[in-house]
Design a protein around this ligand. Sequence first.
Ligand SMILES: C[S@@+](CC[C@H](N)C(=O)[O-])C[C@H]1O[C@@H](n2cnc3c(N)ncnc32)[C@H](O)[C@@H]1O
Length: 226
Amino acid sequence: MNPWTVLGKAEIPNGGGELKLSQREEEFSIRLSGVRGELMNSRVHNSEEALAQLGCAHLKLVENAHVLVGGLGMGFTLAAALKAISSPSKVTVAELIPAVVEWNRGPLGKCAGDPLQDPRTDIHIGDVAKLLFNQNKPAFDAILLDVDNGPEGLTHSDNHRLYSLDGLGGIKKALRAEGMLAIWSAFPDQSFLNRLKKIGFSAKMQTVRARVGKGSRHTIFLAKKL
Ligand SMILES: C[S@@+](CC[C@H](N)C(=O)[O-])C[C@H]1O[C@@H](n2cnc3c(N)ncnc32)[C@H](O)[C@@H]1O
């Protein structure tokens, strides 16, 4: 098998270390520096797509829906969200690291069918928290978060806030009535589920496989604003 070739490296803000994009034949990998390991691999994306399918299931017949995806990664969640919505609707995708957006405009684009080229996609280069916590009225029908390995700040220490009571309260305010918050996680977390319920969401955990019908078991937290 051919060795990995490093295609690019990028700094994570606030001293969060480095992100590295590598390619081996048709396979791409994004890794975090140190012991934190692989963030994303282009061969394993079933649960990233399920995040959007489950989080947007209520939007099939809704016109002018607005979905927020954080972050871009390899674009699988974004592409699945675009498939899940009707055409006058739109998806805003927030990505913290500018190089990840460049990589998706270049070699990574083909992984998920170039979802950044879809006219319904708006890209926000920056922290998804800015879009979540600076709305003066409810703005999104679905918020799909896959920025860490689970409900704790891994990629970026500021992400801890997203999963706190304060952060979840802010996210609930950013959701429209009947809106859905969906969060990807590599593991189940009962205490996080309890926190979602404490904020007033109708919440559950759903297990999805990393590959269709096989592979690791991942968790999608689904929290509906009543
Ligand atoms: C696991 S990847 C996302 C994978 C994506 N679901 C897919 O389908 O390919 C996590 C992404 O979130 C980005 N990220 C981390 N923290 C963020 C934040 N606070 N705001 C926006 N993007 C963030 C990372 O740079 C990375 O691109």
